[in-house]
Ligand binder design. Sequence first.
Ligand code: 8OZ
Length: 362
Amino acid sequence: MTQDASILFSPFRLGDIELRNRIVMAPLTRNRATHGTDAPNDLNVEYYRQRASAGLIITEATQISQQGQGYIWTPGIYSPAQVEGWQKVTKAVHEAGGKIFLQLWHVGRISHVSLQPNGAPPVAPSAIRAKGQTFVESGFVEVSEPHALTIDEIKAVVRDYVAAAENAKKAGFDGVEIHSANGYLIEQFLKDKTNHRTDAYGGSVDNRLRFALEVVDAILSVWPRERVGIRLSPVSPFNDIADSDPAKVYFPLVEKLGARGLAYIHVIEGATGGARDYAPFDYVGLRKTFSGAYIANNGYTRELAIETLNAQRADLIAFGVSFIANPDLVERLRRNAPLNKPDQPTFYGGGAHGYTDYPALA
Ligand code: 8OZ
């Protein structure tokens, strides 16, 4: 059945912000920040400007500290040069009539000693090395064995989130998204494959939620609640992570996020970049547990997006790979025009090629 497509292009009120359509640009790691400073540069400004017709842009994951970095040339939000670079990005997007949230990121154990301050081990809830790789200056390498955070070190990470959230304000963002998905630090606390702690941050579900909620509350000391969202991937195995009972973790988590009045949850349904039916999970039930907006993500086509919005299973739809290849994705979806093919070899790192040179419709 052909459904009414107009809903995809209808405005949506996200907290106190009016979005001009329901199409969200998903956060996309592109590894093109300035080498040496990890500050956004003019090429990054052009890339985001090109995509500003999205209802909302969520920036690529952006480390809150050097310790929070896990891949080479990803941007940060902890130095004055990085704040200045991001100011140019937000100005360009706003001048084009768009809205933009910064995604705040700490990778935890998904890192390598060569990226860490003084070559230290990366940090995690527990000293369990991930099976997997990251990329550094010399290419792909196995991730390093992490150090288990002490309580004092956990408090220091929360302070880094606060400083980064303050910097995001200075940089002119409309809001922030907390990256609590895809096997990075916050999710490492949530899930029992990666959290073996026996103190207040591990064991029971309440204890495993503690770090996530401390980060959320710290950010709410800087930003109004309607300008804060969070990304979740309840069943995704990405970065060697799993939980024995995801519903037992994510329903209470989302209920507590709703009680705090967060603007949205942004949910990766299924395996990140993979099967939507990777494992059973009641996303509709999760959405009902939450008072704010629901951004759905993972493998959405135009058809599935329209169907999902019309069935009221989501408020907004986030597109990832198709935004890499189509700066004018909104217009192409509007006209039901063909999409450019994404070029996988230029996803991570490099220059303008495969970044700002995808053609728009004539
Ligand atoms: C792909 C490569 C590197 C990082 C995520 C930030 O999955 C990422 C990421 C994806 O959330």
